[in-house]
Design a protein around this ligand. Structure first.
Ligand code: ATP
Ligand code: MG
Length: 229
């Protein structure tokens, strides 16, 4: 079995426009093992979102090697990349990005439809139950609280049973109680299912509730802290 879910070797990302070049990641080496719960911390502009987008196959590196789930995404065309995204990776964003005209259950069913995964009919309902929302299945996004919206987004990210869950500042729009509850949910999913989780956060207290904190600064890895539990 593969030990590593993510292996980045001299990973570099340059955003180029006519007037300037921004080196967002400066040849970083990061390995993330199966079953790890990792947070990425660092000041604004450090490269956290850039790193998550590369790992999530939402963007391509400028140079360096990247191995995600044993695949080299730089060798894939758009169609294959989107298949990996849908089938193997769960992504959660700060702004939830739920579809406003679909109810909670339909939002969670959507990734199954994209993946043509019709066998798991009960999974969306089970997942919403798992995140404590079985009483809100038919509510539309505008009928849900911020904490509930983010839990629907977690259920949606898990719909296709991904091998890795990525979250970019998922607590930015939540109050401290809902933020803590979201991290408790991450911790439980990590312990129950051995789900590999990588979360970018500015919240120091929550960041340090993970097993490992990777500190990025100015596109470089400044510190890699493994926390004793
Ligand atoms: N699409 C883009 N085009 C050009 N520059 C970009 C782009 N995305 C990010 N950058 C730049 O790359 C650097 C890293 O940005 P990134 O979004 O990865 O930082 P971050 O650590 O996620 O910051 P924050 O905590 O504010 O979300 C920043 O200097 C940013 O301005
Ligand atoms: Mg960011």
């Amino acid at each position: 079995m593969r030990e590593y879910i993510v292996k980045a070797d001299k990973l570099k990302k340059v955003y180029s426009s006519e007037s300037q070049k921004i080196i967002a990641l400066k040849e970083i080496d990061i390995e993330i093992k199966k079953g790890e719960f990792v947070t990425i911390m660092g000041p604004s502009g450090a490269g956290k979102t850039t790193f998550l987008n590369l790992v999530g196959c939402l963007d391509r590196p400028t140079s360096g090697k990247l191995d995600i789930l044993g695949c080299d995404p730089t060798k894939f065309n758009e169609e294959k990349l989107s298949r990996i995204r849908v089938e193997k990776i769960g992504f959660i964003f700060e702004d939830f990005f739920l579809i406003s005209f679909l109810n909670a259950l339909e939002n969670v069913q959507l990734p199954l439809i994209f993946a043509r995964n019709y066998k798991n009919n009960n999974r969306p309902r089970d997942l919403l139950k798992r995140v404590g929302l079985d009483h809100r299945l038919t509510h539309f996004p505008n009928e849900l609280s911020g904490g509930e919206l983010q839990r629907v987004a977690v259920a949606r990210a898990l719909a296709n049973n991904p091998e890795i869950l990525l979250a970019d500042e998922p607590t930015g729009n939540l109050d401290s109680r809902n933020a803590q509850e979201l991290f408790n949910l991450f911790r439980d999913l990590n312990r129950e299912k051995g789900l590999t989780i990588v979360v970018a956060t500015h919240n120091i207290r929550l960041g340090y509730s993970a097993d490992r904190v990777i500190h990025l600064n100015d596109g470089k890895m400044e510190k890699d802290e493994r926390l004793a539990k």
